[in-house]
Design a protein around this ligand. Structure first.
Ligand SMILES: C[S@@+](CC[C@H](N)C(=O)[O-])C[C@H]1O[C@@H](n2cnc3c(N)ncnc32)[C@H](O)[C@@H]1O
Length: 422
């Protein structure tokens, strides 16, 4: 099988860097990235500069790469090249489905999961590797697990087996405490599936997660861990009441654990703990060691503001309905502890904001923001990756949207082995 990849919601190319680090023979046949409502498309500009299709594809016969800077919902399936692996990090939105009389079923407009579904349905890639925020498994709060159930059910209908795992990059030694759900799906007609010996039995599915599955290879888990949250084995998709995805959308709820697998409509999900005892990269280790520009240092006013923002507080507030209540939040370590991995980087990094990292500079000992290079290092991007002409604010923004590329590199190693069998 050709190692052809389509990268959706490509941002500044985290999936591509990770996969290419694992093996340089992946052919990226298409990338799509579009920041809604923005005239200047900083992430796309960075992507296309860094992956200059002309120079990179030189010598690779008959492979042409499409880089599209348009809303994915406007891209017709026939414009998308055939590919064996579809990758992308997409937002957690409302995946509910409504019945629409004669036309059948309809997901909400602008919900990007349905774009992935549409492309998977038309182009039938053998493998999908997707990333999302961990709360996807619990959404929405009024019907926990519905959205992920909708996703699993629609992939089941398309003939995929799905495995997922919430991974906190720091728990496997990397520099950032960033917790994301990774979703790996494979078509049931692949060699990988045929040789997987997967059945719908609970013990077999459990064994898959622990010893044979996609994630356990590079992300080992503790085998003797017994969580107080018991595993869930669920056959709802196979019950007679479920006729289509709208039934799932209306009725399905499940307490998804951080790891799981869905095979032939049967779900097994279990709370697992990482098993990692190697080196832990800390925030201190990724800081620049030389002098950094004065503009990153905090002014006395900013220090005062951060002291307040990061401090504990109890504030009386009034709700929209006119009720008064106490808003309270605990204090945060300020400045950030350099002997620990960094916290989760958000798109607002380096603005005066409670979640922004503030560090004690290695040379002067004074308090400062992270530099854009340090933000890149927190995600494992090469230094200055986003230094492609965008304002600094957007360098932080794109990193807040991106993923920890080391994780994709590890998954890429497993994918390389899988593709060798196809
Ligand atoms: C979570 S980020 C993915 C970042 C990427 N994995 C990286 O490493 O940089 C999602 C991306 O989807 C893009 N996006 C949002 N809506 C889109 C749409 N309708 N069409 C195409 N891209 C979209 C956003 O601009 C954002 O860059």
């Amino acid at each position: 099988m050709e190692k052809t990849v389509v990268e959706l919601f490509a941002g500044v190319g985290g999936f591509r860097i990770g996969l290419t680090n694992a093996n340089s023979d992946w052919n990226f046949v298409m990338a799509n990235q579009w920041e809604p409502g923005k005239k200047v498309q900083h992430a796309f500009d960075c992507y296309s500069k860094r992956f200059d299709k002309h120079s990179e594809l030189e010598g690779k016969d008959s492979i042409t790469e499409l880089q599209l800077n348009t809303d994915i919902s406007t891209v017709e399936a026939h414009e998308i090249p055939s590919h064996s692996l579809l990758v992308g990090g997409f937002p957690c939105q409302d995946y509910s489905v409504a019945r629409t009389g004669a036309t059948g079923l309809e997901g909400k407009k602008g919900v990007l999961w349905w774009e992935i579904y549409r492309i998977a349905k038309e182009k039938k890639p053998s493998f999908l590797l997707l990333e999302n925020v961990d709360r996807l498994l619990k959404s929405p709060s009024k019907q926990r697990g519905r959205d992920f159930g909708v996703m699993l059910y629609s992939l089941y209908q398309l003939g995929y087996t799905v495995e997922w795992r919430i991974i906190n990059a720091a728990e496997y030694g990397f520099a950032q405490r960033r917790r994301r759900v990774f979703i790996f799906a494979f078509k049931n007609d692949t060699n990988y599936s045929k040789t997987s010996n997967l059945t719908e039995e609970q013990d077999n599915l459990k064994d898959w997660l622990h010893t044979r599955g996609f994630f356990q290879n590079e992300f080992p888990i503790q085998n003797d861990y017994e969580s107080k949250h018991k595993p869930v084995y669920d056959k709802t998709f196979l019950t007679e009441e479920i006729k289509d995805v709208a039934d799932i959308s209306d009725n399905f709820a499940l307490s998804f654990r951080n790891s799981g697998v869905m095979h032939n409509g049967v779900i097994y999900t279990e709370e697992t703990l990482p098993d990692y005892t190697g080196h832990q990269v800390t925030l201190g280790e990724i800081l620049e060691t030389g002098r950094v520009d004065d503009r990153y240092f905090l002014t006395p006013q900013q220090i005062e503001k951060f002291n307040y923002l990061k401090g504990p507080k109890r504030i009386e507030r009034t709700s929209k309905e006119g009720f008064s209540y106490i808003f309270s939040e605990g204090g945060m370590t300020f400045p950030d502890d350099l002997s620990l991995p960094g916290r989760t980087m958000l798109t607002s990094e380096a603005s005066v904001n409670r979640s922004t990292h503030v560090v004690s500079d290695k040379v002067t000992g004074k308090l400062r923001f992270l530099t854009p290079v340090e933000a890149e290092r927190l995600n494992g991007f090469p230094d200055n990756w986003t230094d492609t002409g965008m304002p600094e604010k957007f360098r932080y923004f794109t990193m807040g949207n991106a993923l920890v590329v080391h994780l994709i590199e590890k998954m890429g190693k497993t994918l390389n082995m899988i593709f060798e069998q196809e």
